[in-house]
Design a protein around this ligand. Sequence first.
Ligand code: SF4
Ligand code: SF4
Length: 191
Amino acid sequence: MKNDAVKLKAANQEEKEFLARLEQEAGTQVSLCYQCGKCSAGCPAAFAMDYPPREIIRLLQLNMLDEAINSNSIWVCATCETCSERCPRGVDIASLMDTLRREALRQGKKGDNKVAAFNAAFLSSVKYLGRTYEAGILLQHNAVTMQPFKDANLGLPMMKRGKISILPARIKGRDQMKKIFERVQEQREEN
Ligand code: SF4
Ligand code: SF4
């Protein structure tokens, strides 16, 4: 569990090989990360993750591979690649997220219905506003998953610090965004 004390231990050979395989598949190296946090600061989905991108990398550095693979972060990640673009050390975090997701699937794991509800709320926000509206996504997600007061203690402090806004912001060219969604829907129906 995230809040339990972390017991560190040296990686055994099997764990070293497992991490090396994940790194090879992702084409990147977690040891390059110096934990600056720029990836988490730019991640549009970090607010809904149990471990934001920086912490996912830290888990891997600390040899806590199962914790990373069992996190909801890998399913919530939208593969937008903002984190990889921002990383001053060239860590391809988006690719690592993708690799962890594929590894989880290989192990027979998949995101639960809360993650599916989050993804639906996330896509709906992007479709209609052209960007993420964190407060709206959280409210919709919590309503659908029958946990209306979840994050209530976090919302106000985050708004006070300007981390999330009360009102949604819209981009120009939202029609184009809707057309993209319609095109994707058409392609789905064709296949
Ligand atoms: S931006 Fe790069 S160096 Fe900074 S915490 Fe994220 S992965 Fe590590
Ligand atoms: S690729 Fe995933 S982890 Fe990286 S910024 Fe985008 S949503 Fe966040």
